[in-house]
Design a protein around this ligand. Sequence first.
Ligand SMILES: Cc1ncc(C[n+]2csc(CCOP(=O)(O)OP(=O)(O)O)c2C)c(N)n1
Ligand code: SF4
Length: 285
Amino acid sequence: MVTMEDYHLDTEIEWCPGCGNFGILKSIKKALINLGISPHEVLIVSGIGQAGKLPHYMKCNTFNGLHGRTLPAATAAKLTNHELTVITVSGDGDTYGEGGNHLIHTIRRNPNITSIVHDNQIYGLTKGQASPTSEVGMKTKVQTHGVFNTPLNPLALAIALDCSFVARGFAGNIEHLTNILTEAIQHRGFALVDILQPCVSFNKLNTFKWYAERVYRLDEDGYIPDNRITAFERALEWGEKIPIGVFYKKEKAIMEDGFSVLKDGALIKKQKNHSIIEELIDSFI
Ligand SMILES: Cc1ncc(C[n+]2csc(CCOP(=O)(O)OP(=O)(O)O)c2C)c(N)n1
Ligand code: SF4
């Protein structure tokens, strides 16, 4: 049986006390344990940011690459060894800003990857500039007169692109978030899970209290996540009431299905003809 201890790494966690990232870290471990997935079967890919540090705090396969580039790195890893459970963790700046183009095209490709976005509506690591999801009017040390760009709505974007799994969790509700992540990891296809993650140091507007007063659970509202139009309507809800849960789910062909070479096992396990590889590399020199 897989336990929390199996995923435990004895390293100092460099997040601020009270940061929403702690709830996300715990929920990811619990979801993997729920599914009986062992650390050697998991790859967590991250970029740069506070969210990007998460793989440093888990014992499993990890890759910490460039800001904004989690999804192409994860896609390549998935193609190389599609037997791995591949999860990305990244901030709202990383995923929806610099990595926005990758998000759009990864949704189109539909690899069997779970993308977990720590959405604190701010750039945390670089000390509090506005991100693509910051509220209009929010004042920061850079946006001194308040943000005036329209915030990106990641769920509406994903649903518009017919993403095969779209959900939102709240870092302040670990049990519910664990259920969402369990379902997302189990889902066959690209799963986007946007998580409301309070940044206690730099986002004084969207606090635990602010979210807790507004979130409501879709599953307790009789909502069924099988209709793209109603999913889109729910994704537009924001303000006094903020829905959390699974918005949309659809079975679709995944990227891996398109590669016949993957049908009889992972690429990484296949016999390699080194002379062909060397010839190929030489042709570029
Ligand atoms: C290619 C590149 N662009 C920009 C940066 C600077 N940078 C580092 S983290 C970051 C934003 C962090 O915000 P977010 O992705 O939302 O993650 P958080 O720290 O809030 O978890 C930026 C702009 C970088 N390190 N590399
Ligand atoms: S700066 Fe914000 S996001 Fe980063 S660790 Fe501190 S509270 Fe968390």
